[in-house]
Design a protein around this ligand. Structure first.
Ligand code: 3HC
Ligand code: NAD
Length: 255
């Protein structure tokens, strides 16, 4: 599917990799809805990007917010062609601590935002994409989710985050299989370590050990590199139902 003149919702786009995707879409002639809970940063980016971008305050865990954002996106830009799910949150907490066990509230919150929020947006966007006219490749829409290498080799202290991201990887194939009849592709990107505010929020000890661990290139990934893969996924009709690692060959150790 082409980016030009098409409309995309990007969740978590007020920051990091979602923000880079919003820029990539506008730079390629597309239109973007920045869907995030961070009003200040979301509005600022939308202003920066001009008339082909709008900010809509959206909590991805809310069915009401997701539904309103999807409707408002179509009302504003006249159509919708896809979704990039980037909104997420991480916690670093062990299952067993000296005096307590992992907070169930923290575990549920991470799964709720990362996994349930991804599914909430996916189902509501897919419900609109299925009504689109197929393009010359028979496509009606593209959905990209974001997992993490932690879906496959989560470290100690990442039980909640890794479980949520593994859930996203697991969701990818059944969603792609079911939505195939509507010409909707579903793909997931599993990033390694990327230079964003989320990475900055990791515990210092984790940053110290992980910082130089990516074999090549030996640096943190750039959000623009995530956006470049999203562009390829959108434009290449054969990419479907797969989770692609984007990690410079990083394999995280247990701790
Ligand atoms: C964000 C993107 O998606 C990409 C990523 O995912 S980046 C990777 C991010 N990684 C993280 O965030 C790591 C999260 N975890 C942590 O930061 C820390 O584990 C934590 C803050 C939750 C806990 O740290 P801390 O309390 O210092 O525990 P830590 O020192 O690791 O270990 C404590 C105990 O576990 C034990 N332990 C550690 N590793 C162990 C192992 N492999 N086997 C058995 N025991 C182990 C230690 O012996 C120690 O025991 P003791 O305290 O009784 O002597
Ligand atoms: N940075 C990394 O190293 C790294 C590695 C692997 C995977 N990831 C994943 O990449 C994606 C983007 O991460 P990032 O590094 O750009 O993070 P980031 O913290 O820069 O951006 C995340 C955005 O999500 C928004 N958000 C949080 N909760 C929300 C909610 N309930 N509703 C709507 N928006 C919400 C935040 O306001 C923020 O703008 C995430 O899914 C993250 O788990 C990041």
């Amino acid at each position: 599917m082409q980016l030009k003149d098409n409309v995309w919702i990007v969740t978590g786009a007020a920051s990091g990799m979602g923000g880079a995707c919003a820029k990539m879409i506008v730079n390629n002639g597309g239109k973007v809805v920045i869907a995030d809970i961070n009003v200040r940063k979301g509005r600022k980016l939308a202003e920066e990007l001009g008339k082909n971008a709008i900010f809509l305050k959206t909590d991805v865990t809310s069915e009401e917010d997701a539904s309103r954002t999807v409707e408002d996106s179509i009302n504003h830009f006249g159509k919708l062609n896809g979704l990039i799910n980037c909104a997420a949150l991480g916690v670093a907490e062990k299952i067993l601590n000296k005096k307590s066990t992992h907070s169930l509230e923290h575990f549920s919150r991470v799964v709720q935002i990362n996994l349930v929020g991804t599914f909430n947006m996916l189902k509501q966007v897919a419900d609109k994409l299925k009504r689109n006219e197929p393009n010359q490749d028979e496509e009606q829409g593209v959905i990209i989710n974001t997992a993490s290498v932690a879906a496959f080799e989560g470290q100690i202290g990442q039980a909640a985050y890794s479980a949520s991201k593994a859930g996203i990887a697991g969701l990818t194939l059944p969603a792609a299989r079911e939505l195939a009849r509507y010409g909707i592709r579903v793909m997931t990107i599993a990033p390694g370590l990327f230079e964003t505010p989320l990475y900055e929020a990791l515990p210092e000890s984790a940053k110290d050990t992980l910082g130089g661990m990516t074999p090549f290139p030996q640096r943190l990934g750039r959000p623009s590199e995530y956006a470049a893969l999203s562009k390829q996924i959108i434009e290449n009709p054969m990419l479907n139902g797969e989770t692609i690692r984007l990690d410079g060959a990083l394999r995280m150790p247990p701790k």
